[in-house]
Design a protein around this ligand. Structure first.
Ligand code: GTP
Ligand code: MG
Length: 197
């Protein structure tokens, strides 16, 4: 898919204020600092479109970006940020669940996982939540440039095996790097495929 345009639409904390659900939407979620905002910038080849930071917890709102004037990319706040208070965490959960379970134009959720880590409980729990609710998702393993492909593939295999404890079939996965843009065309290809349905 060729990206002709990508523009910021709005930031929201309230799901009743989101843009009208009239075009396909794809959401990016995962632990704080996993690289959600960076991947959105790499996919669209627009540096600075989504705000990134070395400090976890940068993205706090639901951010909508309109791509090719045809579909939305959504940058969500991350989970598992240690400095967040318990109250904030349960607020986050309520708010994200409300979004995920009610957004009628949401086609698919991209769950981002750091390829350098062995399976983490909060990532597995989040995948299970999506599975329970029947929300389609794809696994994106990020920061592939930071280590050898063998190590990434090993962690991917461990993650898929862990998911097989709960799932009969594990969703597709893509190994990406926002630095090199590896895997980005694959992600865009998947989005294109769903858009054409
Ligand atoms: P929150 O908004 O806090 O939830 O974080 P996020 O998931 O949006 O992460 P963000 O994109 O802000 O990236 C966090 C840090 O990781 C930044 O310093 C990025 O430059 C770095 N980073 C993200 N993706 C990659 C990647 O593919 N390769 C490398 N080397 N660094 C990356
Ligand atoms: Mg972010």
């Amino acid at each position: 898919m060729i990206i002709k345009s990508a523009e910021f639409v709005c930031s929201n904390t309230r799901i009743d204020k989101l843009p009208p659900p009239t075009i396909p939407e794809y959401a990016f979620i995962g632990r704080s600092n996993v690289g959600k905002s960076s991947l959105i910038n790499a996919l669209t080849q627009h540096k600075g479109l989504a705000k990134t930071s070395q400090t976890p917890g940068k993205t706090q709102l639901i951010n909508h970006f309109l791509v090719n004037k045809e579909w939305f990319l959504v940058d969500l706040p991350g989970y598992g940020y240690a400095k967040t208070s318990k109250t904030n965490r349960s607020e986050w959960e309520k708010f994200i669940k409300k979004y995920l379970f009610n957004r009628e134009n949401l086609q698919c959720v991209f769950v981002l996982i750091d390829s350098r880590l062995t399976p983490q409980k909060n990532d597995l729990d989040f995948c299970c939540l999506l599975g329970e609710k029947g929300i389609p998702f794809i696994l994106i393993f990020t920061k592939a440039d930071k280590q050898s492909k063998i190590k990434s593939e090993h962690n991917i295999e461990l993650f898929r095996k862990a998911l097989l404890t709960w799932f009969e079939e594990v969703p597709p996965h893509i190994l990406t790097s926002s630095e090199t843009r590896n895997g980005c065309d694959e992600v865009l290809g998947l989005i294109d495929e769903v858009n054409q349905r």
